[in-house]
Write a protein that binds this ligand. Structure first.
Ligand SMILES: Cc1cc2nc3c(=O)[nH]c(=O)nc-3n(C[C@H](O)[C@H](O)[C@H](O)COP(=O)(O)OP(=O)(O)OC[C@H]3O[C@@H](n4cnc5c(N)ncnc54)[C@H](O)[C@@H]3O)c2cc1C
Ligand code: FES
Ligand code: FES
Length: 487
């Protein structure tokens, strides 16, 4: 096969075995494919919504610069067509011959399983952590274990035996999955396969994965109803709930330029295919407040698979990243065969799930202007529980404060109306005011009058109003402690 030839199957390595998947099978959720087609029933499906982690598998993706680190993800919501040139390790691939791996051994010794239904997912999640820590010579701490398991639920053990299993893992005994599963794959062949566009066309289904942007734009012009699938962490849930079927799709993960995250002279550029985990890691030093917000976003499995642009384009009024990017005045770059245009995010959300994007357009990336000196920001998410929960209210505030006076203020809120909102009138009031508790208290009270939240399963309208007001006070308290020396 030469490099420009179109393939109608995907190539995936499952526990080291190269498997070609075509036709209807390529449209199955990965977990279903593993269980019913690949005879690997160790991967469990419980919630089928990305919420419990029972379906966790480990995935390394091949790109021109080599294999990525193995990362965990939820196989119940991700269709197989997203996994071309991926190496997938399931729970069946962890033990070697009859010998359990280090995580499995410790889970057995510390009674980390009772009914065992969550166990394959927990063992895969912990194996992902062990692989990452061993590969980077890092220590496995309790904090890391707790953070890493936020996407895995267990109804039986109370978690203590799982924690003690994890903390007793001896990384010196870790048998690298990278060495075991990636080192023997012929990379020259992968280079050719990576250049093959994929088209899987069935009587009622079609999946296109072009290898360059121009072809993607042509496809979107010819068939605007093709749905772009990035990580499928939003779309896969809708598919499983039969609210929307993911079977006429355009996949962008074979277009190398869309996977770039970089600092440019205009700011931080996040390509359409960059995962939430990549953004969290990349921003750790340059936008620590953003990285901190992403730390409590979903679970590692979801962040490894889901993209930042998927969050922006899903456009939910409770999407966690949206208020932050509104105050950072990020710009969305949209492309079509007619050319490229740039839409300020503040102008993108027109109404509930109604956006400034045309059916033939593809979002190629987000540009986040650099934070100028003297600006400070606070981003908050309020939800019923800290981890893996949907927010009730989100708050983003960005300020420039000099000589105890507010020189610039930008405020955005989520969860308080049909779209995320900036509050320009309130921002105007704040500019020129003293940086003081009473000014922020009054701003909180005024914010209440500018929003109309609804009551739903997560929170009542009154709760949302009160939380919004309180977040202004919290913001003042935190900022006054952080910036006091410069006032
Ligand atoms: C268990 C679970 C927990 C979650 N927790 C959170 C949370 O804490 N906070 C939160 O905000 N969200 C959360 N989500 C929602 C979801 O994970 C995020 O919105 C994620 O960023 C979506 O990214 P994706 O790549 O998976 O998008 P997809 O599901 O692939 O796509 C989402 C939408 O974006 C469109 N799209 C994607 N890329 C492009 C493009 N390049 N051009 C045009 N349109 C495009 C798609 O067509 C689709 O409409 C959660 C989801 C699950 C299942
Ligand atoms: S089955 Fe629950 S996360 Fe996949
Ligand atoms: S051991 Fe039963 S759900 Fe975890």
């Amino acid at each position: 096969m030469n490099s420009s030839e179109i393939r109608n199957e995907i190539h995936v390595f499952i526990n080291g075995v190269e498997t070609q998947v075509s036709s209807e099978q390529a449209f199955l959720p990965l977990a279903q494919f593993l269980r019913s087609e690949a005879n690997l029933p160790g991967t469990k499906i419980v919630c089928a919504e990305g919420d419990c982690g029972a379906c966790t598998v480990l995935v390394s993706r091949w790109a021109i610069d080599g294999w990525s680190e193995f990362q965990t993800l939820n196989s119940c919501i991700a269709p197989v067509y997203l996994f071309d040139l991926c190496s997938i390790v399931t729970v069946e691939g962890l033990a070697q011959e009859d010998e359990l791996n280090e995580v499995q051994t410790k889970m057995r010794e510390h009674h980390g399983a009772q009914c065992g239904y969550c166990t394959p997912g927990i063992v895969c999640a912990l194996s992902g952590l062990a692989e990452s820590c061993a590969g980077k010579n890092k220590v496995l701490t309790e904090k890391k274990v707790r953070n890493h398991l936020t996407g895995n639920l267990c109804r039986c053990t109370g978690y203590e035996p799982i924690l003690s299993s994890a903390l007793s893992i001896d990384l010196k005994k870790w048998n690298s999955l990278k060495t075991r599963y990636l080192s023997t794959i012929n990379s020259q062949r992968l280079e050719i396969l990576a250049k093959n566009p994929i088209e899987i066309v069935e009587p009622t289904k079609a999946a296109f994965a072009p290898t360059n942007l121009q072809t993607a734009l042509d496809l979107k012009t010819q068939t605007p109803e093709l749905r772009i699938v990035a990580g499928a962490t939003d779309l896969g849930v809708l598919h499983n709930k039969a609210k929307f079927f993911l079977d006429q799709v355009l996949i962008l993960n074979k277009i190398p330029e869309l996977s770039k995250i970089e600092r440019t002279s205009q700011g931080l550029w996040v390509g359409a295919q960059v995962s939430l985990t990549q953004v969290e890691d990349f921003c750790e030093n340059s936008y620590p407040e953003l990285s901190r917000l992403l730390r409590i976003f979903a679970s590692p499995q979801i962040k490894n698979q889901g993209t930042l642009l998927g969050n922006i384009l899903n456009g939910s009024p409770i999407g966690d990243s949206l208020p932050a990017f509104l105050v950072l005045e990020a710009e969305l770059h949209l492309a079509s065969v007619r050319g490229q245009r740039v839409v300020p995010l503040t102008a993108f959300y027109k109404g509930y799930k109604f956006f400034d994007i045309q059916p033939d357009e593809i979002a190629v990336g987000l540009m986040v202007p650099p934070l100028k000196d003297g600006f400070c920001s606070k981003f908050y998410k309020v939800s019923l529980r800290k981890d893996l929960d949907i927010s009730a209210v989100t708050f983003a505030g960005l300020f420039k404060i000099e000589n105890s006076t507010i020189q610039e203020a930008r405020i955005a809120l989520g969860g308080v109306g049909p779209t995320v909102v900036r509050l320009p009138d309130l921002e105007k009031d704040l500019v020129g005011s003293q940086f003081s508790e009473s000014v922020f208290a009054n701003a909180g009270a005024k914010a209440r009058s500018l929003i109309k939240p609804i009551s739903d399963l997560r929170a009542t309208d009154q709760y949302r109003l009160q939380v919004t007001e309180n977040l202004f006070r919290k913001c003042f308290e935190e900022l006054s402690q952080e910036i006091a020396p410069c006032l």
